[in-house]
Design a protein around this ligand. Structure first.
Ligand code: G3I
Length: 304
């Protein structure tokens, strides 16, 4: 096929992008979005600070704009993110202990209920593992409410929207390393104890410090073998030209080689839309022209 979404669909997968609500009125942006992608992730609009700026007072305007746009254009939605130590509203930052735990549960219940039936998969918990060699949890106010905060988050999301796939999402887990093994052990434990988890997201913000490695596919496969779907959730690759194009093709091929890798999302459309624009990490240049990376990603999808 001739677009990323249609080519991914031919393999039973999706190809998505992060979307910012305020860019939907930019016709260069929305033309590419609606031509190429069949899954969208709100880049910031569903985060805690955006959806609950005042405790127990919910604000869904920008996120609804993205969801309505998606549903009107045959695109599905990855919800992002219900519980995360970053981008919390200031009122939540000043809570701890039981008050914070209760606020988290109330938040998840409200947001997942508002979008019930409209979300393909939720990033229920984002970035809860520490960097470095320990393989343990990240210290955060949420972690200090008790080690069971992650399973409580998943149980709460399942109760609110039983039809959504529930994912754990993290970065620097894109190869076999101490951090990804920590996540692996948690998922294995959740499956053994019946904690509801359906998928694991691998952000794949790749650069020279965290490169694509030869064990990328094997890492996806070991998670899939636990009985969860795996998704590439925030892909961007620093660089340019043929080196960047080759890495995009390698990531796509790795996903296609894993039956339970059911989709890829890039973290923005044009390089200028990226959270790290100076790395020129995306598939379209600042004017919306297809880069070499686009062509190699498309070709890899079509050869799968
Ligand atoms: O909306 C305000 C605006 O009113 C204000 O004037 C401006 C001044 O700085 O800030 C604007 O908010 C910014 C927001 O993006 C929207 O552009 C925030 O400061 C900025 O921190 C925020 O950055 C986002 C970042 O998450 C926050 O942690 C990026 O757009 C977003 O791409 C990035 O995405 C994360 C994923 O959620 C999780 N994984 C890593 C990924 C990259 O960091």
């Amino acid at each position: 096929a001739t677009t990323l979404g249609a080519s991914a669909q031919a393999t039973g997968r999706y190809f998505g992008t992060a979307v910012a609500a305020y860019k939907l009125s930019d016709s260069v942006y929305s033309t590419i979005l609606d031509r190429e992608f069949d899954m969208v992730t709100p880049e910031n609009e569903m985060k805690w600070d955006a959806t609950e700026p005042v405790q127990n007072s919910f604000s869904y305007g920008s996120a609804d704009q993205i969801v309505n746009h998606a549903l009107a254009h045959n695109q599905r939605v990855r919800g992002h993110a219900l519980a995360w130590h970053q981008q919390q509203p200031s009122w939540a930052q000043s809570l701890s202990g039981t008050a914070l735990r209760n606020a988290m549960v109330n938040h998840i219940t409200n947001v997942a209920t508002h979008y019930k039936g409209k979300i393909y998969s939720w990033d229920v918990v984002n970035e809860a593992f520490a960097d470095g060699g320990g393989g343990g949890r990240r210290d955060s106010s949420l972690q200090r409410t008790g080690n069971d905060w992650i399973e409580v988050a998943f149980q709460t999301a399942r109760a609110a929207d039983p039809g959504a796939k529930l994912c754990y999402n993290d970065y620097n887990t894109d190869g076999v390393n101490a951090k990804s093994t920590g996540v692996y052990n948690m998922v294995k434990d959740f499956k053994a104890r019946g904690v509801p988890i359906d998928c694991v997201g691998f952000q794949s913000h790749l650069n020279s410090g965290s490169p694509y490695t030869a064990d990328y596919q094997a890492n996806l496969q070991r998670f899939a073998d636990l009985g969860v779907d795996v998704q590439i959730t925030e892909l961007d690759i620093a660089g340019s030209g043929s080196a960047q194009a080759t890495t995009y093709a390698n990531v796509v091929k790795s996903c296609l080689a894993v039956t339970r890798c059911n989709g890829i999302t890039v973290w923005g459309i044009r390089d200028s839309d990226s959270w790290r624009a100076s790395d020129t990490p995306l598939l379209f240049d600042n004017s919306g022209n297809k880069k070499a990376a686009y062509t190699s990603a498309l070709d890899a999808l079509n050869s799968g």
